[in-house]
Design a protein around this ligand. Structure first.
Ligand code: SAH
Length: 369
């Protein structure tokens, strides 16, 4: 029975998602299985089925007795993600899925198949509290953090769809994961690092993916960047810089008022030092806002000589936005200027744009269509 008043303060949206196998490391899973009165080795077997072979139907787990499979799936494999809408574009090679969570919160993930890789872009929070004015997710504010299992299940769901040949191009596997969906991953640090462990740890502890294929993208929460650098997991770090000067960045990425550009870049260089990994600087090019040659020069000066690469993203205009992508000639001048400083630069493609699945467009609007 709820205590008086509890319903007011503990709205269902604030409850915790049910515990799931993927919230736990292998030792924790063994403990949980033992607590259910079953032999600990079942944790190993079920982990192999769930996260290595991606078999979600307990009746196919031939090495686990039906009774044990049922007890474990009851207790440790609640359905965390319910697909409520899936839309695709790029001839079916880009698929966006809207998921409903146990409490009705909505998140989105996007699967993108390229000739040489498959990337799943996942959400780490329902909504986002960072309030960047050009990003659709930021407009609605933060609903809540996702649990480790809610994060990893987005990757597993993508892997299953690929394995079953449901994505155009035939059966395949997920090779890359980017934390560039909804939310600020480093504001949900423990769940995100737990999720990264599930992705990179050796089977059956985890999926055994390469850490290099995993990108954690952040607005620049400096203490968390340093903490991530010290985790000893060589993921790729992406920093959403968007401009090299504090005056404009204070408005584009409001958390800049707390940790300004110089501190963010210092933390980025600490990350490169600790991990040996090149940092990626994300820069959404916004027409007449941050795309001037002088800004490219300033950025080039700040980055020259570091283990870094700039990823320019033509702005994906969000509904009602007064901003739009840069003119082609301004984008080209920006690229040339950065290159003149010896800085590596790429321009990101705009996959998923027409299904509102491109960067910064994820808003989990279900619509009625
Ligand atoms: N909170 C994290 C990850 C989420 S967004 C972060 O900010 O890094 C992933 C990337 O998309 C970020 O670089 C973000 O700044 C960028 N982005 C957001 N809205 C965008 C838009 N409308 N057009 C282009 N890129 C956008």
């Amino acid at each position: 029975m709820p205590e008086p008043g509890e319903l007011i303060f503990e709205s269902p949206r604030r409850g915790k998602p049910p515990r799931h196998l993927l919230d736990l490391d292998l030792a924790g899973r063994k403990q949980a299985v033992t607590d259910l009165g079953l032999p600990g080795f079942r944790a190993d077997q079920v982990s192999r089925h769930w996260l290595v072979r991606l078999e979600d139907d307990p009746s196919t787990w031939s090495d686990v007795s039906a009774a044990h499979a049922e007890v474990i799936s009851e207790a440790l494999l609640p359905q965390l993600l319910t697909p409520i809408r899936s839309i695709d574009c790029d001839e079916g090679t880009t698929v966006k899925t809207v998921w409903k969570l146990f409490d009705g919160a909505l998140v989105e993930s996007v699967l993108m198949r390229y000739p040489e890789r498959v990337t799943v872009c996942i959400s780490s929070q329902a909504g986002c509290g960072m309030n960047c004015p050009f990003c659709a997710t930021g407009q609605a504010g933060l609903t809540r953090n996702l649990s480790t299992a809610e994060i990893v299940e987005q990757v597993i769901a993508g892997g299953r769809a690929l394995q079953r040949g449901e994505v155009a191009g035939g059966p395949g596997r997920v090779s890359n994961v980017v934390f560039m969906g909804m939310g600020e991953p480093l504001a949900n640090y423990n769940s995100v690092v737990g999720a990264v462990h599930r992705l990179v740890d050796d089977p059956p502890e985890g999926l055994g993916m390469s850490a290099r294929g995993i990108t954690v993208s952040t607005v620049g929460l400096v203490p968390r960047i340093r903490q991530l650098a010290d985790e000893g997991i060589p993921v790729t770090l992406a920093i959403s810089l968007h401009t090299p000067d504090d005056e404009l960045r204070d408005t584009l990425v409001p958390v800049n008022t707390r940790w300004p550009v110089a501190e963010v870049l210092d933390a980025a260089w600490y990350f490169t030092k600790q991990t040996g990994r090149r940092v990626s600087i994300e820069y959404a090019l916004i027409k007449d806002i941050n795309d001037q040659v002088w800004r490219a020069n300033l950025l080039g000066e700040l980055l020259a000589g570091h283990l870094v690469h700039v990823n320019l993203i033509p702005l994906n205009p969000t509904p009602g936005s007064k901003w739009t992508a840069s003119r082609p000639q301004d984008e080209a001048a920006f690229v040339r200027t950065l290159q003149s400083h010896g800085v590596a630069v790429t321009v990101r493609d705009t996959r998923g744009r027409e299904i509102d699945g491109a960067c910064g467009q994820l808003a989990a609007v279900t619509g009625s269509d």
